[in-house]
Write a protein that binds this ligand. Structure first.
Ligand code: KG4
Ligand code: ZN
Length: 381
């Protein structure tokens, strides 16, 4: 399905140097800027990149606080833009375009990058590209790999859990999505309950490694009878909280056992649903000799999740790929890349392009099966 996009079409002169695009990102809790060059043969070169996280600012609250995030983005974004242009040795007038995440995400944050990008584009007299953050994630493996379309993408982060067929720029079909929380949120909330701090995923993984009795807590198998590729994590989260509350004077050994149970349950659910999506992908692209599964998003950093998905991919005859960690999590190189790809297709946006809290990758699928997705960053798809 074509990604709903109100961009206009223009003729972009393709020089032998390709297209150089500044990308800006501020839709959640990472402020980021990057410059990439898209060579005429489609190869991508990251010329400069910088990211500023906000974990310390949100840690006391155990989750991202929208107002704090928006302020931090506004303070950081223009400095980061200047920094990457300097590193790349470029003036803004030498850019072929400026791309920014225009959604989905926390609206106050999204506006910081988008408004900055509009200012730079206007000042430099170059086109603006309003990028869908999810399209950035979907294309991110192409920052480091020559990856042919189509491929199956599992995007699994603190705000998203979706399975998407990526057939081309703007050509994405959503096979499934979370009906409640995102997987990263389940990690974060469980960590919060056990007093492990924020972000919770890495802490849960650390504790799980120390578990003496990983089978001790029995957590439910979500959507066991459901034949779709959707996900659900809310029940798991509640079951983990109940298990924790039932303990008297819980200690680190209890934390480790429950962390291991939660991690295993999330990994199992992700791999079961991805297995279904791989079957659907194979049925649709039966000619693909070596189908590919790409896993992106912060949760893809988790060793147990990676192992479970890798095993499942192997069983289904899929090649497994995950972008390097810095491109798995939120970054601006993927936004610059998506912007450069759109620019190469002559798709640009006017300065009236809106910031959107919601912007589904596949508008048709979202219409047919709206997912509530009440994640810590609000409903997204
Ligand atoms: O992609 P990301 O940086 O930001 C968005 O949410 O968009 O993902 C952050 C999420 C958080 O929920 C964090 O707890 C989770 O990814 N995460 C992990 C690990 N590292 C990050 N979850 C499990 N295990 C990890 N090692
Ligand atoms: Zn993201």
């Amino acid at each position: 399905m074509a990604l709903s996009h109100a961009s206009t079409s223009v003729q972009i002169p393709l020089s032998s140097k390709g297209l150089v695009v500044l990308g800006l990102e501020s839709s959640c809790d990472d402020t980021a800027a990057a410059v990439v060059r898209r060579h005429p043969d489609g190869q991508i070169e990251v010329l400069a990149e910088a990211v500023s996280g906000q974990n310390e600012a949100h840690a006391p609250y155990g989750g991202v606080v929208p107002e704090i995030a928006a302020r931090a983005h506004s303070e950081k974004i223009d400095g980061l833009a200047r920094q990457v242009l300097e590193t790349a040795g470029l003036k803004s007038s030498q850019l072929d375009g400026v791309a920014a995440t225009a959604g989905p995400g926390l609206i106050g944050g999204v506006m910081a990058a988008l408004m900055t990008a509009k200012g730079i584009a206007l000042g430099a007299g170059v086109p603006l590209v309003a990028v869908n953050h999810l399209e950035g994630h979907a294309l991110s493996p192409r920052l480091t790999e020559t990856l042919e379309f189509p491929y199956l993408l599992l995007l699994v982060s603190g705000g998203h859990t979706q399975l998407v067929i990526v057939e081309g720029v703007g050509q994405m079909t959503r096979l499934g999505s979370t009906i409640d929380d995102a997987a990263g949120e389940a990690f974060d909330k469980t960590a919060k309950v056990m007093g492990l701090g924020f972000p919770g995923g890495p802490a849960v993984e650390r504790y799980a490694r120390e578990a003496k009795n990983p089978e001790r807590f029995e957590l439910p198998r979500m959507l066991a009878r459901d034949k779709s590729c959707d996900f659900s994590f809310a029940g798991l989260k509640t079951a983990a909280r109940r298990a924790w509350d039932s303990l008297e004077n819980p200690n680190d050994a209890d934390r480790a056992d429950l962390a291991a149970a939660m991690q295993a349950a999330i990994a199992r659910h992700l791999s079961e649903r991805t297995r279904r999506a791989m079957d659907a992908f194979k049925a649709r692209f039966s000619g693909e000799a070596s189908p590919r599964l790409v896993v992106a998003g912060g949760v893809a950093a988790n060793g147990a999740v990676r192992e479970a998905l890798q095993l499942e991919a192997e069983k289904a005859g899929f090649q497994w790929l995950a972008p390097p960690l810095k491109y798995c999590t939120d970054n601006a190189a993927m936004i610059a890349l998506a912007g450069a790809e759109r620019l190469a297709l002559g798709q640009v946006d006017g300065l009236e392009a809106p910031a959107r809290a919601r912007w589904p990758l596949d508008a048709d699928a979202a219409q047919k099966a709206p997912a509530s997705g009440s994640g810590r960053k609000g409903p997204k798809a």
